[in-house]
Design a protein around this ligand. Structure first.
Ligand code: 4AD
Ligand code: MG
Length: 477
């Protein structure tokens, strides 16, 4: 007999028939009740063992973490909180788990401890829920763009370009090909560059994505990107996944509409599909908040917060308006900010972004028309000659979740910008060809996938929403 997924057993209505399930023991109570989980759902199925007729050697091996195969009859459950259970007729231990050594005992572990055990933390309820939500969000991303006729483009991971011009890149070098990877003193003898050219891991697929948008019309990327920034924050990873749509003939307003519609769609899709996981995560947060003073607790529970984002328009505000709001908030008097903005042209710090979103507007905000000086070279210069058609989307509790812009489509203006920044024009010859041949208005944005997963799961550290986080401290496996 083939085994059935626990999710399907729990959702099925046909009882009193023989079933088989395989999974891992979460708990074993009173020598009788196994809570079995197979990862298909956050919910366990209870399996009732006929302990009088089960040898002691087997009972002893039913421990937390052990893999088991269970055959039995699916019956309506007498216990509260579960519809069905399995009356076990045959139990096979597939893989033992030594209770003296297994780190994932059924108790609450700290997130720090779990991070050190990234390969095992997925066996906890919280991480099972987070990673199922992450998977569903990924699928929703593809579904959204595919339904709208966008084409999925795989841009290079190893590249010679620095799309953001921020210099936060990991260099790619090649080991020598002659089989002597070490010098005499034992050091790794790297070849200088990759195939004779200076290359790095991509920080963004945008520039390559633009070349595809200028042929296929509307495209998106969804892949890993890398930033060698040494920022140890709860919002930054050295390796993160980014979704970058790019659309020919879209202006900045179209770009904002697309980003807002896209975010609402993927959240709605996930709320519809991941109800049990999100309810669990919501309860987890509520329990956590009980230990905080009232003033620090969030005003909305997780699902309410997600509905709020889906049901309300994002507030669209220019950078200049935002600066005026920040200036008149008298932050210096109330000591609200460590870093006070008193001049137009300064970059916003995350505390300013959070003030705008969480205190002032109390909803997601799209900030646009930033000073040219603080943004990347490829953004479309406005008629005022000092701002560019940039847009950042700021989310409550997260800060920046999206960065995008209308692109500079005029060759002469772009060349001037490149020259002013001291970028070598020859490095970008292929990019500039899009402006030489059939240039047109076009726009796009990048959404940091982990920041979206953070928002949807309500987690507070980005290391907890990617399977194996890469941060300056953590790249062990
Ligand atoms: O604002 P960024 O740097 O924009 C770009 O890379 C553009 N090329 C995107 C485009 O227009 N196609 O990054 C985009 C988003 C940020 O808003 C943030 O959500 C996320 O990527 N991000 C990070 N996420 C996790 N860890 C980091 N170190 C991140 N850096 C950026
Ligand atoms: Mg940005």
């Amino acid at each position: 007999m083939k085994h059935t997924k626990v999710k399907d057993l729990l959702n099925g209505t046909k009882t009193l028939h023989e079933v088989k399930a395989k999974g891992w023991v979460r708990t074993f109570r009173n020598n009788q009740f196994i809570a079995l989980n197979d990862g298909s759902t956050i919910n366990n199925i209870q399996c009732v063992v006929d302990f009088e007729n089960t040898p002691d050697e087997i009972l002893k091996r039913i421990t937390t973490g052990a893999a088991v195969s269970i055959t039995g009859t699916l019956v309506e459950s007498q216990g509260a909180g579960q519809s069905v259970e399995i009356q076990v007729t045959k139990l096979e231990i597939l893989g033992d788990s030594d209770p003296e050594k297994y780190p994932m005992q059924p108790k609450k572990h700290s997130l720090e401890f779990l991070r050190e055990n990234a390969h095992l933390r997925i066996r906890t309820n919280a991480f099972g829920a987070i990673m199922r939500v992450r998977s569903t969000l990924s699928f929703a991303v593809h579904q959204y763009f595919q339904e709208k006729g966008f084409f999925y483009v795989n841009t290079p991971i190893i590249t010679g370009s620095d799309a953001e011009g921020a210099g936060e890149m990991f260099r790619v070098t090649a080991l020598p090909f002659d089989g002597t990877p070490r010098t005499e003193d034992g050091k790794v003898n790297f070849k200088e560059d990759f195939f004779g050219k200076e290359t790095n891991l991509t920080v963004s697929g945008q520039l390559e994505g633009e070349t595809y948008a200028m042929a296929l019309g509307q495209i998106y990327t969804f892949g890993p990107t890398f930033r060698a920034e040494n920022s140890n924050t709860s919002r930054h990873l050295a390796e993160f996944w980014m979704i970058e749509p790019e659309v020919a003939f879209n202006n900045l307003a179209d770009n904002m509409d697309l980003a807002e519609d896209f975010i609402k769609y993927v959240i709605k899709y996930t709320v519809d599909k991941c109800g049990d996981d999100l309810k669990f995560l919501e309860q987890r947060l509520l329990d956590e908040e009980k230990s905080k003073p009232q003033a620090e607790r969030s005003e909305m529970a997780l699902l309410e917060k997600l509905s709020f984002v889906m049901d309300n328009n994002f507030k669209r505000v220019s950078y200049t308006e935002a600066i005026d709001i920040l200036k008149s908030s008298k932050p210096n008097k109330n000591k609200k900010f460590n870093y006070i903005i008193d001049e137009w042209g300064a970059d916003l710090q995350s505390e300013h972004e959070r003030y705008l979103v969480e205190k002032h507007f109390k909803c997601p905000v799209i900030l646009f028309d930033y000073p040219a000086k603080i943004k990347a070279f490829y953004m479309r210069l406005n008629e005022d000659g000092k701002t560019v058609r940039a847009m950042d989307i700021l989310f409550p509790g997260i800060g920046e979740i999206v960065g995008g812009s209308q692109r500079e489509e005029r060759l002469d203006v772009l060349l001037q910008k490149i020259a002013d920044l001291g970028i070598d024009e020859k490095e970008l010859w292929w990019y500039l060809d899009t402006r030489r041949f059939g240039t047109a208005v076009h726009s796009g944005f990048g959404l940091g996938f982990e920041r979206l997963v953070l928002f949807v799961t309500g987690m507070s550290n980005i290391r907890d929403v990617i399977p194996f986080p890469r941060t300056p401290q953590n790249a062990e496996f």
